[in-house]
Design a protein around this ligand. Structure first.
Ligand code: NI
Length: 189
């Protein structure tokens, strides 16, 4: 197993939709193991494949460090789809791809999710609380959506300089990251 570097804000892969998996290859198993390793070594509670530069519908969640969820097994979730949602609640969220940025995000209180497990067996889960929130956050990633996309335009304007700093690597790097490639200056005609 190996911890992979995490793609941060400004990388296109975070804005793209991941593809559904039709089979679980050895590479997929390796990816899942590496994603758990990456998430644990960066102290995250969830991670989507986009964040390690892979456009496949795979996410991992592990809340077992939290007292309330200590009996909840770590999950690998493949091809997730939210089939029902209810209620609303606000909570401050962060994201490994947006270091040092936190904001209040409104999400559904309860979600019903259909997905495949690591054996590609179909599963269904009703998730509330932190589990429901993390699953919604990671499913967003697989659809190319970041927490900043949930904010108002005004709020995003306020965060502009912070986002610029992130994309330039101007933050305390507590885990290995991949920064977006600098755009080449346009040639003068
Ligand atoms: Ni995230």
């Amino acid at each position: 197993m190996a911890a992979l570097p995490i793609y941060v804000y400004g990388n296109d892969v975070l804005k793209k939709k991941a593809k559904a998996l039709k089979e679980i290859s050895n590479e997929t198993i390796q990816l899942i193991q590496d994603m758990f390793e990456t998430m644990h070594s960066s102290n995250g509670i969830g991670l989507a494949a986009n964040q390690v530069g892979v456009l496949e519908q795979v996410l991992v969640v592990d809340l077992s460090e939290m007292e309330e969820y200590k009996d909840t097994k770590p999950m690998a979730v493949i091809n997730p789809e939210i089939i029902d949602e209810e209620g609303e609640w606000e909570m401050e969220e962060g994201c490994l791809s947006l270091p040092e940025l936190r904001d209040i995000i409104t999400r559904s209180e309860k979600v019903t999710i259909k997905y495949h497990d690591a054996n590609l067996r179909e599963q269904k889960i009703e998730a509330t609380g932190m589990l429901g929130r993390v699953l919604q956050h990671e499913i967003d990633h697989l659809n190319g959506i970041l927490i900043t996309d949930h904010l108002s335009a005004a709020k995003r304007t306020l965060l502009r300089s912070k986002l610029k700093k992130i994309s330039k690597g101007d933050f305390e790097q507590k885990y290995p990251v991949v920064l977006p490639k600098e755009e080449k200056p346009k040639k003068k005609k």
